[in-house]
Design a protein around this ligand. Structure first.
Ligand SMILES: NC(=O)C1=CN([C@@H]2O[C@H](COP(=O)(O)OP(=O)(O)OC[C@H]3O[C@@H](n4cnc5c(N)ncnc54)[C@H](OP(=O)(O)O)[C@@H]3O)[C@@H](O)[C@H]2O)C=CC1
Ligand SMILES: O=C(O)C1=N[C@H](C(=O)O)C[C@H](O)C1
Length: 250
């Protein structure tokens, strides 16, 4: 059986370099290109890449996906910074390339995906819920894509259940003291030397709290999800948002 031809964009970065090693080590995948900033995207077509794993920066990802979709190259995207406006642009690109698949996963680690799922289940049962994400200080965006998605999913679950807004008597505060509000859910971002990628969802009700915590201790935690994404995206045209859809968790 022929191997699936995979390219990595952002190949010299923290997660990209790990992805290069993971693709090289996978028996059913062939690494055909490993591109850094400034490298020629035509290498993707010249190498016959079927899937591009996009692990660059929020300012680079749209141009890279534009190229991939114009050339029918499927994409597995870990790069963060997704807004509604960006997703609308991406969907327009996909409309012109309907056979091509794009997976955007705010987090490729199974534990983080489960954290989001558990938080969604728990959120309607507690009066209060807040998200704290903690990352290494070289991370360029805040809050993390994972925390943003977690808060959105929590807000959706609470809206479906008809939950009241969380109680909060704060009258005045320093700017930022209560974090950022993502769909009404407070999200706090910590940047600390020594950390990699961590998240806590704090839930509170009368007389009890529940904390759902996940820790990525090494970039290897993201690799099974990336490899799964590459294998599945080639037969999943259109946009898939969230690795959970490839894990049959829904
Ligand atoms: N979904 C997930 O599970 C995960 C997602 N991420 C996300 O992945 C992204 C990268 O994170 P991280 O590896 O820590 O960041 P890094 O800064 O370490 O890596 C990004 C790399 O992409 C390169 N790059 C920038 N623009 C381009 C381009 N146009 N083409 C090719 N390469 C380019 C950068 O080069 P240069 O340094 O020259 O700018 C750099 O080497 C972030 O958005 C992060 O949030 C991270 C971990 C897990
Ligand atoms: O930049 C990182 O490191 C990470 N980015 C992703 C995010 O923004 O959620 C995933 C993980 O948290 C690591």
């Amino acid at each position: 059986m022929s191997k699936l031809r995979v390219a990595v964009l952002g190949a010299k970065g923290r997660i990209g370099s790990e992805a290069v090693r993971a693709v090289e080590a996978a028996e059913d995948l062939e690494l055909v290109a490993a591109l850094g900033r400034g490298d020629d995207l035509e290498t993707l077509t010249a190498s016959g890449a079927q899937v591009a794993v996009e692990l660059t920066t929020p300012d680079s990802v749209m141009d890279n996906l534009d190229f991939c979709l114009r050339h029918g190259i499927h994409a597995v995207v870990g790069t963060t910074g997704w807004t509604d406006e960006r997703l609308t642009r991406l969907k327009a690109l996909l409309a012109d390339s309907p056979q091509t698949g794009v997976l955007i996963a705010p987090n490729f680690s199974i534990g983080a995906v489960l954290t989001m799922k558990f938080a969604q289940i728990a959120a309607p049962y507690f009066e209060s819920v807040e998200v704290i994400e903690l990352h290494h200080p070289n991370k360029v965006d805040a809050p993390s894509g994972t925390a943003t998605r977690t808060a959105q999913l929590i807000a959706e679950a609470r809206a479906r259940a008809g939950s009241a807004p969380a109680p909060d008597a704060t009258a005045t505060a320093l700017d930022g003291a209560r974090g950022a509000s993502v769909d009404g859910i407070p999200v706090h971002a910590v940047r600390l030397r020594g950390l990699l990628a961590h998240q806590e969802v704090l839930l509170g009700a009368e007389g009890e709290t529940l904390t759902v915590r996940h820790d990525s201790l090494h970039h290897s935690s993201f690799m099974p999800g990336i490899l799964l994404g590459a294998r599945r995206v080639v037969t999943t045209p259109g946009l898939t948002f969230g690795l959970e859809h490839f894990l049959d968790l829904n």
